[in-house]
Design a protein. Structure first.
Length: 192
């Protein structure tokens, strides 16, 4: 069984912000693979389904970003899911808008949601990082940038990225992280 976590903040004011691309990607996965509707559980919203022969639980923590790990550890503990079967999908300001990379473990890069999950289950889980770019205005704080609404043109760029993430997740679950990274490299090369 896999636990796939999309990071974001609850509430209408955060819905289309850069920090919520994890929620947006998980919504795409839910639709693409015909998961159950989301319901409240584990301090989050949970949907159940299958990818290939593998049972998958989607989770959108509703604890706000800085406490995401509290929701993740509850779901992982309940279903006895080890960190290597956890996939966290999140925004990354160090990647270009729409760029996607997969990795296991590593630094949080200052991302508070990742710090919270690391503290709760260890950093040894899979991550799919979605680039949201850096602020143009160097004086603008990163937190203000990721919490600001995405312009329409950026949402249009990110739309296909969520489809790619959904396909990449299937590759990761069925064939492993290396195959997922290769898939992402080829998918993004084709889009250039």
């Amino acid at each position: 069984m896999y636990l796939v976590v999309g990071l974001g903040n609850p509430g209408e004011q955060y819905r289309n912000t850069r920090h919520n691309v994890g929620f947006m990607a998980v919504d795409e996965i839910c639709d693409r693979y015909n998961f159950s509707p989301f319901k409240a559980k584990f301090d989050g919203l949970v949907a159940e389904g299958q990818i290939g022969a593998e049972k998958v639980l989607l989770l959108k923590p509703q604890t706000f970003m800085n406490l995401s790990g509290n929701s993740v550890v509850k779901a992982a503990f309940f279903y006895k899911i080890l960190p290597e079967n956890v996939v966290v999908i999140h925004d990354d300001i160090d990647l270009l808008l729409g760029q996607i990379k997969a990795k296991c473990g590593g630094s949080s890069g200052g991302h508070n949601g990742i710090k919270s999950i690391d503290a709760n289950i260890s950093p040894n889980y899979n991550r799919i990082r979605i680039g949201v770019g850096k602020p143009q205005n160097k004086a603008k704080e990163a937190i203000d940038y990721v919490l600001s609404a995405l312009p329409k043109k950026d949402l249009e760029i990110l739309g296909p990225s969520f489809e790619t993430v959904a396909k990449a997740l299937e590759v990761l679950i069925l064939n492993g992280l290396d195959s997922c990274s290769n898939f992402l490299g080829m998918a993004q090369a084709d889009n250039k």
